[in-house]
Design a protein around this ligand. Structure first.
Ligand SMILES: NC(=O)c1ccc[n+]([C@@H]2O[C@H](COP(=O)([O-])OP(=O)(O)OC[C@H]3O[C@@H](n4cnc5c(N)ncnc54)[C@H](O)[C@@H]3O)[C@@H](O)[C@H]2O)c1
Length: 434
């Protein structure tokens, strides 16, 4: 009999695991539960070789609804009972980390409203916070309660990724430490990389086998790589790093320069890293269906100002606003998800950071690199064809590639690839930093 001190959250997790009757999972959790926590403690006696094997489905359901829920979301309901809800799809589990942060404060309400997955898609939101943000997380759950969203059927909050990621079909990984004063990019890679290694391990054990993972927390490309490497049971293709905000910013600048509304701008790619080495591509972009270079007859602006404006937009916004972009980031997360769950319009594409594994653009393998993608709307994607890369574009792409390869060497200890060796070409910034 092993005696372990557990938080109330951990206890509820054990109950969930017990109800799944998985001895192997149960044993795995006992190792993870050894960490000290500041939350309320209870003393638990658990026997690793006496897992009950005859828990009925009914017991499973009731223990789940009583323990893994917040407030009004603990009430039972029957989606088949009302006329309106009969035609709805089955509940989708969406996990969000950093749920008490600024970006989530916009995103969660969009998710709950049906704007992202559709008006016939009921949703369960599983919110992950840090120990420091747990109170704020309860505040978020209270606001969700008070919003009375018909599609929002379950909300749970926790600081344990193994609990939050249970059966997740989407994992939106936003929570990360910000870069503090004097902190090198290498330090940030290590601190945040550890978060994403742990979360990758948790996804690997408890999430849906086809979970789609969108990493937002910076440095998001390398965090996505770390997360993916720690989740070998989940297809590498399912991991994304958010570069859609950069694409949206690039579209806005091209629209402004051309004097058209931004819905006329298409085929915009952000290549590479979500850092100041990112490459907004004006060679393949189109305005009203015509190549941008034919519409904007100003090569100097395109080659110099445009790129620099997109790269530093976040910093310019911080100067005005006094804080980093949260609302437009949340919008770009919605855009990014919708690009995977709705078919891409003919001839167009979208940017997302994906694992390089057999690309035709000549980009190094085994990194997470933003590239042009298309989707049939089934959650999967393919790389866009008919993309031109000239010498100018290639040189810029190579710079971002070099940075990502260096970042990968910096986090080798977190990807299981030996000792880390950090030789970043320069201490580049995130787009929001100055
Ligand atoms: N990829 C992009 O385009 C993009 C754009 C904007 C911001 N970002 C990044 O998104 C991240 C979040 O931004 P924000 O403005 O919401 O920050 P924020 O500081 O307002 O919120 C972050 C939240 O994450 C929580 N957190 C920290 N570590 C955690 C962990 N291990 N597990 C769960 N939660 C944890 C914090 O307590 C905080 O509540 C930052 O890393 C930021 O740089 C990325």
């Amino acid at each position: 009999m092993a005696v372990t001190e557990l938080t109330h959250l951990e206890t509820s997790f054990l109950h969930t695991q017990l109800s799944f009757k998985t001895t192997r999972l149960f044993n795995t959790r006992c190792q993870v539960l050894g960490r000290p926590r500041n939350a309320n403690k209870v003393l638990c006696s658990v026997s690793t070789n006496q897992v009950p094997s005859t828990i009925t489905p009914q017991q499973t359901d009731s223990s789940k609804s009583k323990r893994d829920c917040y407030g009004v979301f603990c009430l039972t309901y029957d989606l088949e009972a009302e006329e309106k809800t009969k035609s709805w799809k089955s509940l989708i589990n969406v996990a969000v980390s950093g749920a008490a942060g600024m970006i989530s404060n916009h995103l969660l309400f969009k998710l709950a409203s049906g704007e992202v997955f559709g008006q016939d898609q009921p949703i369960a939101l599983k919110l992950l916070g840090s120990e420091r943000s747990f109170q704020a997380l309860e505040g978020v759950a209270m606001e969700l309660e008070d919003s009375l969203y018909p599609l929002l059927r379950e909300v749970s909050i926790s600081i344990d990724p193994y609990e939050v990621f249970q059966d997740a079909e989407w994992a939106l990984l936003i929570g990360a430490r910000p870069r503090g004063p004097g902190m090198e990019r290498a330090d940030l890679l290590d601190i945040n990389g550890q978060i994403f290694a742990e979360q990758g391990k948790a996804l690997n054990v408890v999430a849906s086998r086809n979970v789609k993972v969108l990493v937002v927390g910076n440095p998001c490309n390398t965090n996505a790589l770390i997360c993916m490497k720690n989740a070998p049971n989940i297809p590498a293709k399912n991991f994304h790093a958010l570069t859609r905000l950069d694409e949206n910013r690039a579209k806005c600048q091209l629209a402004l320069k051309a004097g058209v509304f931004y819905d006329k701008v298409s085929n915009v790619t952000i290549w590479g890293n979500h850092s100041t080495t990112q490459v907004p591509d004006f060679l393949n972009a189109r305005i009203n269906g015509f190549p941008v270079k034919d519409v904007i007859n100003d090569a100097k602006w395109l080659e110099e100002e445009f790129t620099q404006k997109v790269q530093t937009r976040g910093g310019a916004l911080i100067k005005k606003w006094g804080r980093s972009s949260a609302a437009s980031t949340a919008v770009s997360i919605v855009d990014s998800i919708r690009s995977l769950v709705t078919p891409t319009p003919n001839g167009d594409w979208f940017s997302t950071g994906v694992y390089t594994n057999g690309n035709t653009y000549g980009i190094a393998e085994d990194i997470v690199f933003s590239m042009p993608c298309r989707s049939d709307g089934d959650g999967d994607y393919e790389l866009a064809k008919d993309v031109i890369i000239d010498d100018f574009l290639r040189a810029r792409i190579k710079k971002s590639e070099a940075e990502l390869l260096a970042e990968k060497r910096c986090v080798a200890h977190l990807t299981g690839e030996g000792n880390a060796f950090c030789d970043l070409p320069e201490d580049t910034m995130l787009p929001g930093e100055q």
